[in-house]
Ligand binder design. Structure first.
Ligand SMILES: CC(C)(COP(=O)(O)OP(=O)(O)OC[C@H]1O[C@@H](n2cnc3c(N)ncnc32)[C@H](O)[C@@H]1OP(=O)(O)O)[C@@H](O)C(=O)NCCC(=O)NCCS
Length: 175
């Protein structure tokens, strides 16, 4: 079922048919540079694994927690969801998201994050939604501020990626 976010932007479950647009937009060093788990290059097998993972976790958790972001042409242009970081029964979870570069700086992710939080609070029964962002990721931090998140602190040398220690800022939004 499609969930309307804003004019021309929808959330839906990813399917096999979305594989070409997923590969087209996620294969970007600038997405890799600001995220922890998205590989670069992003191969066909990575896409297959992700599509299967989403369906398997939907069946296991009996609810969809990872959405494909689609535009008015029904093209996948990004993704957003919850990581189930603290287990499926927890009152809290972490949000994650990415968007294809041609669509940046149009306010799309701010609308998506607001909608995903609404779903998290009303349907997934979350009380606290966290986001842990590389401190240098100005655009993502702006999305969080605009979506009602509050900065709780900086986690020094929190991540280790590509032989570098990375500072992260932790944000939260409460129900
Ligand atoms: C972060 C990301 C999702 C933002 O999506 P988006 O749809 O472009 O976000 P929005 O347009 O809603 O908001 C971005 C804001 O950051 C601002 N911005 C972007 N780059 C900036 C920069 N280098 N310095 C200052 N502000 C910047 C934009 O102007 C906009 O603010 P405004 O609405 O006040 O003008 C997208 O850039 C992305 O996918 N990045 C790579 C993956 C990633 O970082 N994921 C999040 C990991 S925590």
């Amino acid at each position: 079922m499609d969930i309307k976010v804003s004019r021309g932007i929808y959330l839906t479950q990813i399917s096999e048919a979305d594989k070409p647009s997923l590969l087209k937009y996620i294969n970007d060093p600038d997405i890799y540079n600001y995220t922890l788990k998205i590989p670069y290059p992003y191969l066909g097998k990575d896409a297959d694994d992700w599509i299967s993972f989403v369906e398997e976790s939907r069946l296991k958790e009996r609810v969809l927690k990872h959405w494909a972001i689609k535009n008015e042409n029904e093209e996948l242009i990004g993704g957003a969801g919850f990581h189930s970081k603290y287990g499926k029964l927890s009152h809290k979870d972490e949000i994650g998201y990415w968007l294809g570069k041609p669509f940046w700086n149009k306010g799309i992710m701010t609308d998506v994050v607001k909608k995903v939080c609404e779903i998290g609070f009303s349907e997934l029964n979350l009380v606290r939604i966290e986001a842990t962002v590389f401190s240098r990721n100005t655009a993502s931090k702006k999305v969080l501020y605009k979506s009602g998140f509050v900065l709780e602190g900086t986690l020094k040398k929190f991540y280790f990626k590509d032989d570098k220690l990375i500072d992260a800022d932790i944000f939260a939004r409460l129900r």
